[in-house]
Write a protein that binds this ligand. Structure first.
Ligand SMILES: Nc1ncnc2c1ncn2[C@@H]1O[C@H](COP(=O)(O)OP(=O)(O)OP(=O)(O)O)[C@@H](O)[C@H]1O
Length: 239
């Protein structure tokens, strides 16, 4: 598969603090990557650096062969990076449908497809953003990112704070986006074992560095690196 995202010797952080000292990573077209690690190791900072909202001290990024290192977040979105932030950032005073269409761009992901994937959003299409449950907000955040018709989708802890049945529904939708639609995706997730069933490959971060990388099926077959690097988190997520 041709290369989609290439990160070379990236050094980023916030203010004067370097969170990721020197990270290189490659994602192929259509590939799904899980980013795992304990709290505070820099997973969100990695996603933030791909959308361009961190302070960069060095290194570069390219998307489908185009250098995006110096592009603004808006220009990166235009270049094809869709982002679902941890906070979801739903527009509270817009309806579900307005949230979906406000930033949409033409392509195969349109309202009928989003509603087919998330029938609940169609039922709630006239409700305001601030009238939604956590699960509905997360579906809306994913739907809105897809409506940008991105070539790369970034998901930051999509299942955080959701009830177990909603987590399963959302993971099924994410699996469909990855497996059936072939959309290249990077997912930060605390439910390590659940997300490994959806992704092709995983990296484990510790203090801003990749300390382990493997195919997801290999990590599921031998989860000892999860236990070594994630400790109680991996065990807690085993169910
Ligand atoms: N906007 C910010 N300003 C200053 N420091 C920040 C900011 N965002 C994150 N940090 C710091 O950067 C480090 C990495 O945080 P980050 O959120 O990337 O980790 P994480 O692995 O995503 O953790 P979590 O699972 O808790 O979200 C932490 O020490 C955090 O306090």
């Amino acid at each position: 598969m041709p290369e989609l995202l290439t990160i070379q010797n990236l050094r980023v952080g916030h203010g004067d603090a370097v969170v990721i000292p020197n990270l290189s990573l490659r994602l192929d077209q259509g590939e799904a990557l899980a980013v795992l690690g304990r709290n505070g190791v820099g997973k969100t900072t990695l996603l933030d650096s791909i959308i361009g909202v961190t302070r960069r001290f060095g290194g570069n990024l390219s998307l489908a062969g185009r250098d995006i290192t110096r592009l603004t977040p808006e220009a990166r979105a235009h270049a094809g990076i869709g982002w679902v932030p941890q906070e979801r950032n739903i527009f509270p005073s817009l309806t579900v449908e307005e949230n979906l269409t406000a930033t949409a761009r033409p392509g195969k992901w349109d309202l009928p497809r989003i509603y087919a994937m998330f029938p609940r959003l169609q039922e709630r299409r006239a409700n305001m953003g601030n009238q939604l449950s956590g699960g509905e907000q997360q579906m809306l955040a994913v739907g809105r990112a897809l409506m940008l018709n991105p070539r790369l989708l970034l998901l930051d802890e999509p299942t955080e704070g959701l009830a177990p049945i909603i987590v399963e529904q959302l993971l099924a939708s994410i699996r469909q986006i990855i497996r059936d639609e072939g959309l290249a995706t990077i997912i930060v997730e605390q439910h390590a074992r659940k997300i490994l069933k959806v992704t092709d490959r995983a990296v484990i971060l510790d203090r801003g560095e990749i300390v382990h990388q493997a195919r997801s099926d290999a990590l599921l077959a031998d989860p000892s690196p999860l236990e070594q690097h994630l400790g109680v988190i991996a065990k807690g997520a085993a169910a």
